[in-house]
Design a protein around this ligand. Structure first.
Ligand code: DON
Length: 307
């Protein structure tokens, strides 16, 4: 069947229009609480390069945890997988993204690179390996999107740092257990800036679309993944991309993807398309309430998930 993606995403947006009063915009990062909850954007790009957009698809938002996929790809390309997977696991945690409970009895080795503890280890690797981590990570993301108009939001980073007690606790726990090489403050400074990256729905699919294209390697500049490495990152997005809601996302949507507390989700069907949705109110697990629903409807309507 030929799929009319443009009509499908417009139909989904209209169906969801009456659901905007569900979910909560996060307030634990004070700057994020100021975002308009009624924003809604979708962008879908097919592997052939056809692009469909709806609503606020060209408005910038805080990508937050979605940045963890991009920092992971840079870390893999810099130091390979063998030593990296000794410091962070590849199992879903079954716990909230900022949970500390497993970290103590699992010797400071986070379950996966997408929970906060795991992403802080990846940030530590980038701080060790790069001369100018902040500039080089930004240049990498701009290169992935072929777009120089991507920036950190220092106000958001500062806002998160000012109340970042839990992330500091995770980092100190790992430092104590020998799984953090650099100083806690230096690693967290980089981590908060990384999370504060602002992108649009369109830029997110530009950055992520090559995960689903085995003909074009994922990466930019000196940092490329092999296709086997890209498939493994897809597997991690599938199993760990939505924290303790990863099973639900696989069940309802059936795509590898990643969410962030800024309210965005990016997901892809390898060899077919990459899609992003942005709607700031979150469900109880910290994932976009409407984003989850929109993607469930998308893969149901077009009868296409990875399963
Ligand atoms: O460290 C934090 O809590 C945030 N910078 C990122 C968390 C996040 O996006 C979780 N996502 N659903």
């Amino acid at each position: 069947m030929t799929i009319d993606y443009g009509a499908t995403i417009a139909e989904i947006a209209q169906e969801l229009a009456e659901k905007t009063n569900h979910g909560k915009v996060p307030s634990y990062i004070p700057e994020l609480a100021k975002v308009d909850r009624n924003r809604f954007g979708i962008c879908l790009t097919t592997i052939e390069g056809d692009r469909y957009m709806y609503g606020d698809s060209n408005v910038k938002f805080s990508i937050q945890s979605i940045s963890k996929v991009l920092s992971l790809t840079m870390a893999i390309s810099l130091q390979g997988q063998e030593s990296l997977w000794k410091r962070v696991g590849v199992e879903p945690s079954g716990n909230p993204f900022n949970s500390i409970v497993q970290l103590e009895y699992e010797n400071g080795i986070p379950r996966n690179p997408f929970i906060n503890a795991g992403a802080i280890v990846i940030a530590d690797i980038l701080v060790s390996q790069l001369q100018h981590p902040k500039q080089e990570f930004l240049a990498y993301v701009r290169g992935l999107c072929n777009n120089p108009d991507i920036n950190y939001n220092r106000q958001v980073a500062q806002s998160e740092k000012s109340v970042g007690y839990m992330n500091a606790s995770l980092a100190y726990m790992m430092k104590d257990k020998g799984n953090l090489i650099n100083e806690v403050d230096e690693v967290l400074d980089f981590y908060y800036l990384q999370c504060s990256l602002e992108m649009t729905c369109v830029e997110l699919v530009d950055a992520f679309r090559n995960f689903g294209d085995t003909g074009v390697p994922f990466g930019h500049g000196a940092y490329f993944l092999t296709s086997s490495q890209a498939r493994r990152v897809n597997a991690l997005m599938m199993t760990c991309g939505f924290y303790d809601e990863s099973g639900e996302f696989a069940f309802e949507v059936g795509l590898p993807g990643k969410s962030g507390v800024g309210g965005a989700i990016v997901a892809l069907l390898p060899e077919k398309y990459c899609v992003s949705v942005w709607s700031p109110p979150l469900n109880k697990k910290g994932n976009s309430y409407m984003g989850m629903m929109a993607l469930e409807r998308l893969t149901t309507k077009i009868e296409g998930s990875i399963f």
